[in-house]
Design a protein around this ligand. Structure first.
Ligand code: C5P
Length: 407
């Protein structure tokens, strides 16, 4: 998708940051995007339709019941025309309306009627951004694959200091261009058939390590990334065996599913299925340690403190990497610092062919989220960066990378 083929609806809502919207429109056009502006009634308190019309070069739509505007390009037509809808600034009210699927004006109706990628640049008072309702609404938007850019920290128009400033237009355009580049790197039609006949073994989800019949040690892995890879591999024509720790997801029916709990069980399942595999992907968040002894009976809480001795779990992917006849191996590395250095070290130490590293210090992606952003390194150190996008899309990029390297 080239910029000059990409249609963007810029939605402007009623916040003081609306004064930055003409600059945003201009910068988007400079990048070759085709821009139409929709503004809410609230936005008109901060900026005029005439200004945005002059900058965008098109009439500005602002009323659901404006017959003239509807005749020129009706809101359903506009909804279908848009590849991207970017709301900047997005007020607390607008963000919450979208989170709940309300459609009481042109902009929110357009959003419901559109399949375009929705992006929001929230801007509001810092206390509003901290409000529990807003936190939960923003979280629900992210879970649905809607991208939130910002807000940023700093001094606010009201004099407060904190998180709530709209991200600068130049940075918004940069984020959008990056998103677009990664989105075009992945196209499902390109995945279809690229792993025809390939046998792929995959671990996913967490492992749980029993302490006694009731308690266990585990981690926050949701399994979403691994299951998305299983889906993408099936679309690519692979025969998929999915060895999964306990998750609340449904395995793709076409995959052979092996449910396990502990790391030791996971290793056993991998050992049983490895011989027939061309590709092994270790996506599971395997617990590094397990209790040395599992108490047969529920441990009573008599003492003020207790100690649990832990023993290192087997490293499943490293075991696969150590085999003489080994498949093509893909690992994951979740790091909170020194992403590149740690990921490359894991690639080498565990004898992998490819490693997908993600930055877990960014809480908007990764564990339990529907989106992820990763850097892929191969054995010769080459890097491919994939910006935040739905895990299903990331999975397609990984599958494409595997197919390219297998060939
Ligand atoms: O936990 P760590 O960062 O070392 O994980 C890196 C890679 O190794 C991941 O692909 C993970 O699935 C795999 N791994 C494994 N067995 C372990 C620990 C990690 O297969 N015990």
């Amino acid at each position: 998708m080239k910029n000059n083929e990409t249609n963007i609806v810029v939605g402007v809502t009623g916040g003081i940051a609306a004064y930055k919207s003409p600059d945003l429109v201009r910068r988007l056009q400079e990048q070759g995007f085709v821009v139409r502006v929709v503004m809410t009634a609230g936005a008109e308190n901060f900026i005029t339709a005439t200004t945005l019309q002059a900058v965008s070069g098109h009439p500005v739509n602002n009323d659901l019941f404006d017959n003239e505007a509807e005749a020129a390009m009706g809101h359903i037509e506009l909804a279908k025309w848009a590849d991207i809808i970017l709301i900047a600034p997005a007020t607390a009210n607008c963000l919450s309306k979208i989170a709940h699927g309300l459609a009481d004006d042109l902009l929110t109706s357009l959003i419901l009627a559109s399949s375009a990628q929705l992006m929001l640049a929230p801007a509001m008072n810092q206390q509003m951004w901290k409000n529990k309702a807003i936190i939960s609404n923003a979280e629900s938007l992210k879970q649905r694959g809607i991208l939130l850019f910002g807000p940023d920290a700093g001094e606010q128009a009201c004099g407060d200091v904190g998180l709530g400033r709209m991200r600068e237009p130049s940075q918004l355009v940069e984020a959008l261009v990056q998103w677009q580049q990664s989105a075009s790197a992945s196209d499902e039609s390109e995945v279809s058939g690229i792993l025809d006949g390939v046998k792929l073994l995959l671990t996913a989800g967490p492992t749980v390590e029993a302490i006694d019949p009731v308690r266990y040690l585990s981690n926050h892995s949701s399994g979403k990334m691994g299951y998305a890879i299983a889906e993408a591999a099936l679309t690519a024509g692979a025969e998929v065996t999915l060895v999964s720790g306990p998750v609340s997801l449904t395995a793709p029916p076409a995959a052979t599913m092996v449910a396990v709990k502990s790391a030791k069980e996971m290793l056993l399942a991998v050992q049983q299925h490895l011989a027939q595999s061309d590709v092994f992907i270790g996506c599971a968040a395997v617990a590094d340690y397990a209790p040395s002894q599992v108490a047969r009976q529920k441990i009573k809480k008599n003492a003020d403190s207790m100690q649990i001795e832990l023993t290192r779990n087997p490293d499943i992917i490293a075991w696969v990497g150590s085999q003489k006849e080994r498949p093509y191996i893909v690992g994951f590395a979740a790091e909170s610092e020194n992403l590149e250095a740690y990921a490359k070290k894991k690639l080498q130490d565990k004898n992998l062919d490819l490693i997908c590293a993600n930055d877990i210090s960014d809480t908007s992606i990764g564990f339990n989220s529907d989106n992820n952003a990763i850097s892929i390194f191969n054995a010769s150190g080459r890097q491919k960066q994939i910006k935040s996008m739905p895990k299903a899309k990331i999975a397609e990029v990984i599958i494409k990378e595997i197919a390219k390297n297998l060939n």
